[in-house]
Every structure is written in structure tokens, then in C-alpha cells.
Design a protein around this ligand. Structure first.
Ligand SMILES: [Fe+2]
Length: 346
């Protein structure tokens, strides 16, 4: 073979390899289509998954006495239970099971404030109720879940919510791992938190469904935000240390881009700046700037972000990512679900 022919064959081989590598990512992408809030769902087709996003259950809220279950925050489920948060969770579960009875495959995502004050009894009540759900569900921690308390006089000595999450939902994750491919999981890895001086178990993890990567992010501080209030308060902490949340997000975006996977981000806090009388209720301007510059380094990789926290239903874009804030389940008679459909063909 002449040198000229070798060059031509070599060029054709490289071109074919390049086209193939372009084809692989495209083949793996599944589109996430927004359907709406408490909406009628289309008939299921083969391969369809329906994604149900609910948030801010606040189980424990609605009782005259703020101490759920037995006295104290490391308590049990005997004693005082019920309340509006629990009632609305029952309604949510009934709503979701009705959809499943119609023959749909559903994945439920719960984006934080599962409990009202992070008491063990409240977590146990959430678990007891969600055991009645006949489809997989994924719990994420919100700011109300992070630092257990029963009243201003009785709160945990530290942000123990991540430990309670594992105590109550640990086996839920073991089961999820049998059905979904997890790419990352920091929940059980101790991560020293320089701002609190404590060890945190950041609730950052990711898994794939239909080739799409779902990345769950923990922006809850572990330090006590407002000393005159129990719990941690609503502001965001990026957890910028090596084992922290921003580092986890960057690594996950890198991997997803390499695999050609589209990404949906899930956090309790929305990627928004909200400041009243000097107090931050989500990201600060500086934190949002860091977040936006990170997302912009991976254009087109993350295309959607599901969150709660502000108890309102809003849609907007941040750094090209469609953000879906969903209102609180506790705030709507009958419960509140934001629906999506996930399919390679839609
Ligand atoms: Fe909330």
C-alpha cells in the first residue's frame, strides 16, 4: 500500500471513529418532558417512566404541641402523632398509588423538608407512611431535617439530621441500588466541615435512569445559622471543602459529559438569591456566581433542576438550566405533585 493510500484509510478510520463517538452520547440521552402540577397524565407507552416530584412534606407540623411523638428529638413514634403534614402526606401517597394502579411506572423524588423539625419520630412517621407507596421513592434532606429540635429550649447539640436520614432511610437506598445504577454516593462518607468543626455526612448521590443522570445535592449548612432560632435556618452552604457538595457536582458533571448523559439536578434549595433585612433565605450572590460559572463550564449537560424550599411553584432558567420550583405538599389540599415523563423516544 502506498503512503498516500495509508493516509486516506487512516483519515477515513479516524472520521468513522469520531462519528461513532458522537453517535454514542446521542443514543444514551433520554428527554425529560414537563407535564405540569397535579395534571392528567398521558397513556403510558412501553419504556415510559413518569417522574413525580413532591417536596416540603413537613411531617410533624400542625399539632398544637410542637414535640412530635414522645418527648425529645431522639424519640419514638408512640405518643403524639398526626397533624396536617401527615394528613397531606397520606393524600399524596393515595394520589401516587392511583397513578400506579393505572399501569404506569413511576419514580418519586422528595426534595427535602420531609419533617418539620428533624425529630426521629417525624422521620419515622415519614418512613411509616411512605412504606405504603408501591413505587420507588428517593428522599433528600432539607433544612428543616438537618438540625433536630422540639422547641427553642430543646434542640440537638449538632446537625444530626444526616445521621437520622441514614438510620431511617438507609435500607431504602440499599433497595434503590438494586434497581438503579448509582454513580456516586457520599451519604456514608465522613466529610469534615470546617464551618461547624463537625463531621458531616453530606447527602450527595447520583444514579441513572433511561441513560439520564439524576444528581442529588446537599446545600444544607451544618453550623447553627441563627442562634435565637432552633434548627439551622434557610441559607445555603456550598460545602466547598474537597469532599463537599460543589466538588461532587463538578465531578458528576465531568463524568456525565464524558458518558454523553443528560443531567437533572435535585436539591432542596432553589438556585436563587433571596435576601431580606440582611438574612439569606437561599444562595447568596457570591454563591450563585460560583454555581453559575460551574454550570457554564459544562454547557448543555444539566438541562433541568428540581427543588422546593420556598413553598411556591415557579419555573425559570439559570445558566441555561430549566429550574422547576415546586410548592409545598403540606400547602395543598390533596397533596401537590409536579409530573414529568422520561422516554428515549418522546
Ligand atoms: Fe419547607
Amino acid at each position: 500500500m502506498t503512503l498516500g493510500l495509508k493516509k486516506i484509510y487512516g483519515f477515513i478510520f479516524l472520521l468513522a471513529q469520531g462519528l461513532f463517538s458522537l453517535y454514542l452520547p446521542l443514543a444514551a440521552q433520554a428527554r425529560l418532558k414537563h407535564l405540569g402540577l397535579n395534571t392528567r397524565l398521558p397513556e403510558p407507552r412501553d419504556g415510559d417512566w413518569f417522574l413525580a416530584h413532591a417536596t416540603d412534606l413537613h411531617v410533624g407540623q400542625g399539632l398544637k404541641h410542637r414535640d412530635y411523638g414522645m418527648p425529645g428529638f431522639l424519640d419514638s413514634l408512640e405518643g403524639l402523632t398526626g397533624g396536617v403534614g401527615t394528613q397531606r402526606l397520606n393524600e399524596l401517597i393515595e394520589k401516587l398509588n392511583a397513578v400506579v394502579r393505572e399501569g404506569r411506572k413511576v419514580l418519586v423524588i422528595l426534595s427535602g423538608d420531609l419533617t418539620d423539625s428533624g425529630e426521629l419520630s417525624e422521620f419515622m412517621e415519614v418512613r411509616r407512611k411512605l412504606n405504603g407507596l408501591s413505587v420507588p421513592w428517593v428522599p433528600l434532606m432539607g433544612n428543616h431535617d438537618t438540625w433536630p429540635y422540639t422547641s427553642c429550649e430543646d434542640e440537638a447539640p449538632a446537625a444530626l439530621g444526616d445521621i437520622l436520614m441514614t438510620k431511617v432511610f438507609g435500607d431504602v437506598f440499599d433497595t434503590l441500588k438494586q434497581y438503579f445504577q448509582f454513580q456516586g454516593d457520599q451519604r456514608l462518607k465522613p466529610c469534615p466541615d470546617p464551618l461547624s468543626g463537625q463531621v458531616a455526612y453530606l447527602q450527595n448521590f447520583s444514579f441513572s435512569l433511561q441513560g439520564r443522570r439524576f444528581i442529588f445535592l446537599d446545600f444544607n449548612p451544618r453550623y447553627h445559622v441563627r442562634l435565637n432560632e432552633p434548627g439551622i435556618g434557610p441559607e445555603v452552604c456550598l460545602h466547598a471543602q474537597d469532599c463537599g457538595t460543589i466538588g461532587f457536582l463538578e465531578k458528576q458533571l465531568q463524568e456525565a459529559r464524558k458518558a454523553g448523559a443528560k443531567v437533572t439536578l435535585i436539591s432542596h434549595h432553589p438556585p436563587q438569591v433571596f435576601k431580606i433585612f440582611g438574612k439569606h433565605y437561599a444562595f447568596s450572590r457570591f454563591q450563585k456566581k460560583i454555581l453559575k460559572s460551574l454550570l457554564k463550564r459544562y454547557p448543555g449537560v444539566a438541562d433541568s433542576w428540581l427543588c422546593g424550599h420556598f413553598h411556591r411553584s415557579f419555573r425559570y432558567k439559570v445558566a441555561g438550566v430549566r429550574v422547576f420550583e415546586t410548592g409545598a405538599n403540606i400547602g395543598r389540599n390533596g397533596g401537590l405533585v409536579r409530573w414529568f415523563i422520561l422516554n428515549n423516544n418522546n
